[in-house]
Design a protein around this ligand. Structure first.
Ligand code: AHG
Length: 337
């Protein structure tokens, strides 16, 4: 029975979705609720970041050799904590951790899902009060139920994702998640502390006028990418322009805007870093899934990013994602390269 209400909370929405799918066990709803809870806790700390002595370097470097801020660790621990104590997750992998964490208790070993996340993406923006986000990705494990999960459960191609989403800590806090049934966005109502359905059935416009790229790396990009960027700059009204360049340095914020308004986000390989900067498992696959489920496309410049077979947890890949027709135009430049 459909609940007839003007506003649905995240929990109500996921339960309603579950009820319309008789085979569902409720584990995915429970997992999404756990992620929602962790993100509310992270949101509280993110909002206080300018006030308390939580800013600054933690004094360690993560497994990619990047400096770690205190909030990254807080966010990582919140997500890990709720998922460990929940009833739906057998283990996690995080951008902040060297290896997978297998929960290995009776409930977790019988859980059918594993979760991967980037707990605080865009953390270089914390100090300057610019939007940051959490990205997550959920897979059904391939190992047998009843035993601890294994690394193979995590090294699955993105096309095996069951759900993926992100939380954006911005002018308001939003949680957006996708399943094969669609993409829905929930805005945190701070007065009641609940995510409420605010953006039902998000569709990425097929055309857009925004391109997002780090122009500082322009001369390090391959020829086709340079030509595509130049084409974006030259667009006139007659050929769908003019285009606008927007790049914040928080992929969550950049892709969220492009998903809603139409646009393309790129992080190409450079001569220094041929595989770019972004991580396949924690950043690219979840956004590829979300944008594809909303009608857009995502590639590594050669092929669909979700068809890449991961070989290691922290591998990086060039990444191009966004509105379908813009992606098609980009392809023509890269393929001609
Ligand atoms: P980090 O979490 O280390 O700040 O990285 C953020 C990611 C991504 O969110 C963003 O789009 C990209 O790195 C920005 O990188 P550049 O500064 O190299 O453009």
């Amino acid at each position: 029975m459909m609940v007839n209400r003007n506003i649905l909370t995240l929990d109500e929405f996921t339960i309603q979705q579950m009820r319309s799918f008789p085979a569902a066990t409720g584990e995915l709803s429970s997992l999404l609720r756990d992620i929602g809870l962790a993100s509310k806790r992270i949101n509280v700390e993110v909002n206080k970041a300018g006030l308390v002595d939580i800013l600054g370097d933690y004094g360690t470097t993560n497994v990619q050799g990047e400096e770690v801020k205190k909030l990254d660790i807080y966010a990582n621990n919140q997500l890990m904590g709720v998922l460990k104590h929940g009833i739906s997750c057998a283990g996690i992998a995080s951008e902040e951790l060297d290896d997978i964490v297998v929960f290995d208790d009776e409930v977790s070993n019988n859980s059918k899902y594993i979760c991967m996340f980037d707990p605080l993406d865009g953390s270089g923006n914390i100090d300057v009060n610019v939007s940051i986000g959490t990205i997550f990705s959920i897979y059904r494990r391939v190992s047998k139920l009843g035993i601890p999960c294994t690394k193979e459960d995590f090294l699955q191609p993105g096309n095996k994702q069951v759900a993926a989403g992100y939380v954006i800590y911005g002018s308001s806090t939003m949680l957006v998640y996708a399943t094969k049934r669609g993409v829905n966005g929930f805005t945190l109502d701070p007065q009641i502390g609940e995510f409420s359905l605010s953006h039902p059935d998000i569709q990425c416009p097929a055309d857009g006028k925004i391109y997002s790229v780090n122009h500082g790396n322009f001369f390090q990009y391959e020829q086709g990418v340079k030509e595509y960027i130049t084409c974006c700059q030259k667009k006139t009204k007659a050929d769908g322009g003019p285009y606008t360049q927007r790049y914040i340095g928080s992929m969550v914020a950049d892709v969220h805007r492009n998903l809603i308004k139409g646009g393309i986000f790129t992080y190409p390989g450079t001569t220094d870093k041929p595989n770019g900067k972004l991580r396949l498992l924690y950043e690219c696959n979840p956004f590829a899934f979300i944008v594809e489920m909303a009608g857009g496309r995502a590639t590594d410049g050669k092929q669909r990013v979700m068809d890449l077979q991961p070989t290691e947890l922290h591998q990086r890949t060039p990444f191009f994602v966004g509105s379908k027709n813009m992606m098609d135009e980009l392809d023509a430049f890269i393929k001609a390269d």
